[in-house]
Each structure stands twice: as structure tokens, then as C-alpha cells.
Design a protein around this ligand. Sequence first.
Ligand code: D41
Length: 676
Amino acid sequence: MGASATIRARVESLRDEIRYHNYRYHTLDDIEIPDAEYDRLMRELQDLEKQYPDLVTVDSPTQRVGAEPSEALKSVRHRLPMLSLDNVFSEDELREFHRRVAEKLEFEDGALDLQYAAEPKLDGAAVSLLYEHGILVRAATRGDGTTGEDITHNVRTIESIPLRLLGNGYPEALEVRGEVFMPRAGFEAYNKQARAAGEKTFVNPRNAAAGSLRQLDPKLTAERPLDMYVYSVGLVEGGNLPDRHSEIIEQLQAWGLKTCPERGVVRGVDGCLAYYEAIGKKRDSLGYDIDGVVYKVDSLAMQRELGFVARAPRWAVAHKFPAQEELTTVVDVEFQVGRTGAVTPVARLEPVFVGGVTVSNATLHNIDELHRKDVRVGDTVIVRRAGDVIPEVVSVVTSRRPRKTKPVSLPKRCPVCDSHVVREDGEAVARCTGGLFCKAQRTEALKHFVSRRAMDIEGLGARLIEQFVEENRIKSPSDIFELSKEELAERERMGEKSAENLVRAIEASKATSLSRFLYALGIREVGEATAHNLASYFGNLPAILEAGAEELVKVPDVGPIVAKRIREFLREEHNLEVIRQLQDHGVHWQDTDPSMVAEEGPFTGKTFVITGTLPGITRDEAKALIQKNGGKVTGTVSRKTSYLLAGEKAGSKLTKAQQLEVEVLDLDGLRALLKP
Ligand code: D41
């Protein structure tokens, strides 16, 4: 069947669009649409060309994978081409892949037992490393699979890539291939810092990795937290490797190359599906972005039998997860007011399914960020939701901007209470000056007051607080202690039983500690660690109320700014009134002996930061242990930090510590320091 004019036109327009995005991606290093959208365009074109083969032209983007390498870096021809991977997006497509494999290998029983090596599909940049006599002599990007770029100088700065292989028995020439990626924590930390410095942020970890590798100055690459997992071999000369993919990877690991710890071997298509399920569940906690899993027929003999189609092996396939970036439109840009009055721009979106959930709001972080991205009502934007990170607007697709849009500006008055919005010099955040007069600040302050690590009133959720504030039933924290079981039970969705439980939780919260109480007040800059230090230094509240700034700065972890915030807070009559009311309603704690000096011990003069989950002990216990031995515990890693105590799932603090070369300890390491 011949193609109609409409089909011809569609094919041409798809090609134009794909060429344009190839150019943006490969040459400008500045992507405009998410991968998922690009994949859809490419698929549509491939499907049409399959249906109408006479429409295929030699210059169609489908006839080449990738695009030209940049001018600036030296190009490298891969001795063996770096193949591409076919994708499947559903169970059906995967079964179809498996059926083709089984058929080609002439299995008669459906190949239920066929072994696949399975591994996460890392979302980074594909790279080839060439080792000669065990020495890293060249590194190159994949490029279009045939020709890549020489990035040896940059790759040498990645600490986890060995400059020489360990052990022995490696071939004289060995080319390994893998993915260079930026771990999520490093990406977040990098962007946070770039945002604070008013510099350009990375769109996503993959772009961050690819961009970092293509820097012309290796010093810049060295500052980027990159890592690499290897997943296959290319050229092998003067030596032999095992004849199973899984064993080869094992061997590479033994030679000092990093491989993905999640990799495994599974049986048949059902094994693949179970693996996909399991990795999907783990996806958010992996610490790096993945966009699917890859299955490879484990036996190299079978791989040889299966061979290739076009540029992709028949023996491997990528099984993709739902995309973490999608396109949608901005319905409105609103400003939200937080507990400390910070006014944050938020985009209201046409709901879109991304990263496994439906998203209809995305943060724009702060006003500078809003202006830098220039997000306007009506814009088409890329939204990203990776892991448990809050959804954000990554960028605007300016080529799809409707006419007559206007830039959004910071409101002069609070959208909630109409107080003035001010932005202090050098501050990224603008604030509502309404204080607790502002319902938004009051609501957030109350949510903080009842939260688990503050007064710990279980069952008084966000929704209830919002209702109570809206109705003016709760104006001040002490009003919480006047709520009766009867009035709670009248609430929607609140049964007799839960009303009773809530009243009991409110009652129980009255017996608290000075440290929790101080934290619950929500004084700016007074986090848990500072509240704890204030409580143990002074031992009682009147001493804190009386303390001047000179006394306050003697408390561990309290500097002039924090002291100023504490004084500002305690000078306000309405804040003192809140404290009195709470005590009148029965909130109480045990005073302790004022230490007035930090404890003396082996950790005197040392500052610790704690992060992650510690084995068998809570963070509070670890903190107490450090403090008892004279150490200080603070909340942020800086050059002044002596040690980072890191447990499982340590995130951005660990990256920061590594960047600043702060010594990192685990719990055993901490205990070892205490041994005489
Ligand atoms: O994690 C990945 N991104 C990944 C990519 C992987 N785990 N395995 C891969 N295996 C291959 C073959 C089967 C061709 C050796 C790949 C890629 N290729 C690949 N990456 C970029 C293009 C192709």
C-alpha cells in the first residue's frame, strides 16, 4: 500500500523534529524535550517507515543512532562498534523478545530455563575504557557507536576508575564498556550549591554526567561527583575471558573495575519479570538513576548464535520503567508560604503521569530559579519526579510557548495574609513579613509544633490543622490543648475512637523535654541539634530567656546569627505569651543541671555530623554518646566538621563530606576512637 500525502508529511515533520532535537542534544548540549518524548517521536517514525518501506531515506534519523561528535574533543574510532540496545516497554513486548530468542536458538520447550544476566539500566553516559597491559590508555564516549570522543583526561579524574588493573591474568588489550553516572546525592548537592551561587543547574543526573565528561578542562570534571559501573567488554587481544557474561563481569570486578551490585542471573522470561518487579521496588532507594533493566543471554556461545540486527544485538534488550520526565503544561504559577514565611513559587500543572505517580504541582524552588527558567502560564514544560524527590519543573520548551505570555514576578504582598513580602540582600528567598498573623505561617508552624520530633502529637494531621486554622479554632499552639473529644468526634472522617486516641496523644505530649519544646517553638535556625545543645547547656528555660547573645554563642553549635535569631524570637512579647500559655496548659519538662560548659572528653574540640541509619543505635543515642565525650554535633557538613558519622543510606551529607575531604566514620570507627 502506498503512503498518502498526510503520511508523507507526517514522516517529514517527524524527521525535522528529531533532527532538531539531535542537534540540541549532541551539539548544543542543551536538551529541550524529555527522553520519553524523544523516544515516542523516534518510535512513531520507525513504525511508519516499517509500514511504508519506500519512504525510508538514507538520511532519515532512524538510519543512524546518535549524532555527530562535537568539534572540540578529539574523535576516536571504536575498533569494535559500540552497539545500541533495543527497548521493550511492556511484558508483552518482553515475551515477544524472549520468543524470538528461543526460536532462533531452536529451543523446543519455550526456553523456560534460559539464563539471562540481568542488571539495572543506568541512566548516564556510555563510555569505553581501553586498558593495555593493565594500564588505562584511552577513554572515549560512545558517540554514534562508531566514532566517539576522546575523554581520557576527564575519565582519569573519576576516582572509582582504576588507572591500572588489579591482580593479573588480564588480556594484553582489554576494552571495557560501561556507564558513567552521577549519583543522585551528588547531583542534588551540586545543583543546590549551583542554585545558591546563581549558577546554571543540571537538568538531570544523566545530563550532568554527559556534560561533565565532555568538559575541555579536566579540573572541572574532577569537581563533579561521578562514578562508573562496567557492563560489557569490547576489544580483547592477547588473553581470554570466561564464556558467560555474568562470569566476565565477575572477573572485571576482580580486576578492580566497579560493577553494579544489583546485577544477577535469572531464569527464563518469568525470572526477567520478577527481576524487573524487584528492581522497580528498589528504584527510589538505589542512590542513582536508572531507567529500566537490561537482560542479556548469559551464554556467549548463544550470543554468537543469535548475532545482530542492524546495530543492536539480538541477545539483549532494555526493559524500560515509566519515564521520570514528561511534558505537560503550566496552568498557573502560585506562591506558597512556609513556616518561616519563605515564599516559594509553585507551578500548577495539567496532571501528568511521571515517575510512577500523577503529578499536578511542581516546585520552582525560589524566585531566582523561576526567573532563570522563565516559566510562564501556558508554557509546555518538562517535569521531573525522580525517587522520592519532590517533583520539579526542569525547563521550558520555549519552541512551544504560546503567544502573549507574560513573565511571572514576585508578588509584593503575601497571597495569604496581604503582608509585605521582602527579600533581604543576598538572600535567595523572599519572605512574608506577617509572622504568626499569616494563616499560612501559622498552619506550617503548628504542623511543625505537633510533628514527631517536636511535641509528637500523633493523629493531628496536616488536614485537621488546616481546617482548625481556617476556622480560627486554633490561633495559638496552646489552643490544641483545649480540643475536646466531643468536638473532635464531630469532624469529618474522625470516629469516636480516633478522637479519643487524639485527645490521649495531646494529653501525653504535655510531658516533654526542654529540648523538644525549644525545637517545637520553631525559632529560625534552631533545629534539633541546636535545641538539644541549648537545653543541656542552660538546663532550664528562664536561663535561656535571660541569656544575652554573648552567653548564647558559648553554646556548642550556636554562632552569632543563630544567637541573633534566638534573641529576636524571645524578645517578642507574643512569643513569650505563647510560651506562658503552653505552660499554663500543663506543658512541662524536667529541668536538668546546667552544664554551662561542653562536656570534657576525648572528643573535646571535635565537631561531628551524623547521617544515615546506624546499626543498632538511634541517631539520638549516637549524638548523646558524642556529647558525653565532649564532642559537638551539628546539622551541616562544612570545612569545620571533624568527622561525619555515616550509616546506611547516607546521602548528600556523605557526598559533601567527601568533597570537603572530611573524615568519614562508621559506628565501629567512632567506637574505636573512644578506646584508650
Ligand atoms: O546500564 C546501561 N545503561 C547498559 C547499557 C547496560 N547495563 N548494558 C548495556 N549493554 C549493551 C550491550 C548489550 C550492547 C553490550 C548497555 C548498552 N549496551 C548500551 N548503552 C548505550 C547504548 C547501548
